[in-house]
Write a protein that binds this ligand. Structure first.
Ligand code: FAD
Length: 449
């Protein structure tokens, strides 16, 4: 089944590469088209001083069974290291541990009742398994009801601002519920610490190894190749257009963000195209500071102070041994951006000026001669926002265009956008394609041009 059937995969992020691997294992002939000059997408790397450094901080949780399975299957398990994460909270100039549920219950900025209610929220999320119920409750209402005003103002409100910028009013409780469940999934027992893993040379180590496996199965990767259009004839996807030339395929699978896909399908049903086009996403502005010495003892330091433009300090070299990155210490200073955020238009220089002002305020004794580089990274389509009562607007793998399949982080809801969910979703796409493939009737190749 499926032999010799040709599939074009658009997008060479972790979802596209996993999809290619699984489809090739099923006997399909697969080509992957990636706009960028290397694979990985959001999980890709930037070259620096002969190193490959994750563009954005990436870790793989011990409970990410799909990702851990891929690491083993692709032969890079020997490059994986597990570490207990350390998280902190920055409040009014002080740093606090925020690791185990016990830390939550002893968190000094809260009084005993507020701590108790915060703990209750974490426990409540573990026992609530009906996410549809969560989806009709505004996130603020749910947090205020269980945690109370005090814990909400000191903990949840800053965390919501960090994750959703100005858009938290629009989102349902599902988002925090899902995060709390993912966070607790990596722990055993109330005093245990979160376990995270990293790969030497970053996330790209896995992507590169998977791509090699793909190539052994006959997959070809086409980098620096932006697909211009998905060619649709009589309601069917029959190929893709590249630099004005049409390449015929039996089926097309897109892993692009919905608004990008909507621009590639002028001949798809209008309501489908419009639904994809109006999907909103948060972007991210994420400078990376390359340092000569350690800044903080935590992997993540959450920031509650609204005057500071970045919302966390993420020092990945507290997970990744600096010896794997020539002794550098890597610190990311992210800020998620609402689609209309004015910060999206800031120049790199402006970002550096504003970020460094706050950095000095937070770490007044840090010796700036230790700073080697300040590199600004950005992405536009990072975290889809699903407002309440819009579940009917989530697209399906099988689109209204025959032989056009799609997958992206909009569709993994209520799971969160991460490698685990993306690779699981790729498997669902494979299952659908395998079922449909016998019904694809080959069309005569279309004329190029
Ligand atoms: C700051 C940050 C931190 C994160 N931390 C983690 C973490 O710790 N752990 C974790 O698991 N996940 C993390 N994530 C999330 C993770 O990166 C994403 O969920 C995952 O990479 C999404 O993969 P994808 O393949 O679905 O999409 P993408 O990576 O967006 O891939 C889509 C690809 O399509 C390509 N493309 C676009 N248009 C075209 C076109 N016309 N033709 C051809 N190609 C095109 C793009 O270049 C891109 O490579 C983080 C993300 C960010 C931004």
């Amino acid at each position: 089944m499926g032999e010799q059937q040709r599939i074009a995969i658009i997008g060479g992020g972790i979802m596209g590469v996993t999809l290619a691997y699984r489809l090739a294992q099923k006997g399909f002939s697969v080509r992957v088209y990636e706009r960028g000059d290397n694979l990985g997408g959001l999980a890709g790397y930037m070259p620096y001083d002969g190193l490959r450094i994750d563009r954005f901080y990436h870790t793989i949780l011990s409970s990410d069974t799909s990702m851990q399975g891929l690491i083993e299957e692709s032969g890079v398990a020997s490059k994986r290291h597990f570490t207990a994460t350390k998280q902190g909270f920055y409040d009014k100039g002080k740093l606090y541990d925020f690791n185990t549920p016990v830390d939550f219950l002893l968190f000094p900025p809260l009084n005993p009742l507020q701590r108790f209610r915060l703990g209750l929220q974490v426990i409540y999320a573990q026992f609530e398994s009906d996410w549809h119920k969560m989806d009709v409750i505004p996130v603020d209402d749910w947090l205020l009801k269980v945690s109370g005003r005090g814990a909400y103002e000191k903990v949840w409100k800053p965390l919501l601002r960090a994750k959703f910028d100005t858009m938290s009013d629009a989102v349902p409780a599902t988002y925090i519920w899902s995060r709390l469940r993912r966070m607790m999934g990596t722990r055993q027992g109330v005093t245990s610490k979160e376990m995270m893993s990293y790969l030497e040379n970053g996330y790209y180590t896995l992507i590169e190894a998977l791509a090699k496996k793909c190539e052994e199965l006959g997959v070809t990767f086409h980098l620096n190749t932006a697909v211009e259009e998905i060619v649709i004839e009589d309601g069917q996807a029959v190929g893709i257009r590249l630099k004005g030339v049409v390449q015929p395929f039996d089926a097309v699978a897109s892993t692009l963000a919905s608004p990008i896909l909507s621009t590639l399908i002028p001949n798809a049903p209008q309501n489908f195209q419009q639904m994809l086009g109006k999907q909103e996403y948060l972007g991210v502005l994420c400078p990376l500071l390359i340092l000569k010495s350690q800044l903080i003892p935590y992997y993540v330091l959450n920031i509650t102070d609204e005057r500071i433009p970045f919302t966390a300090v993420v020092e990945t070299t507290n997970l990744v041994d600096p010896k794997h990155v020539k002794g550098y210490h890597l610190v990311y200073l992210p800020k998620y951006l609402a689609p209309d955020s004015p910060l999206a238009t800031w120049s790199d220089e402006q970002v550096k000026t504003e970020w460094m002002k706050s950095f000095r305020q937070m770490f007044p004794s840090f010796d700036e001669s230790q700073i080697v580089e300040f590199i600004v990274q950005r992405a536009k389509y990072v975290e889809p926002i699903r407002p309440m009562n819009t579940l009917h607007e989530i697209p399906t793998i099988k689109t209204p265009v025959e032989r056009l399949y799609m997958g992206n982080t909009v569709m993994i809801y209520p799971d969160l956008g991460n490698g685990e969910a993306a690779t699981r979703f790729a498997q669902k796409m494979v299952d659908q394609i395998v079922v449909d493939a016998p019904q694809w009737v080959s069309k005569a190749p279309i004329a190029s041009g």
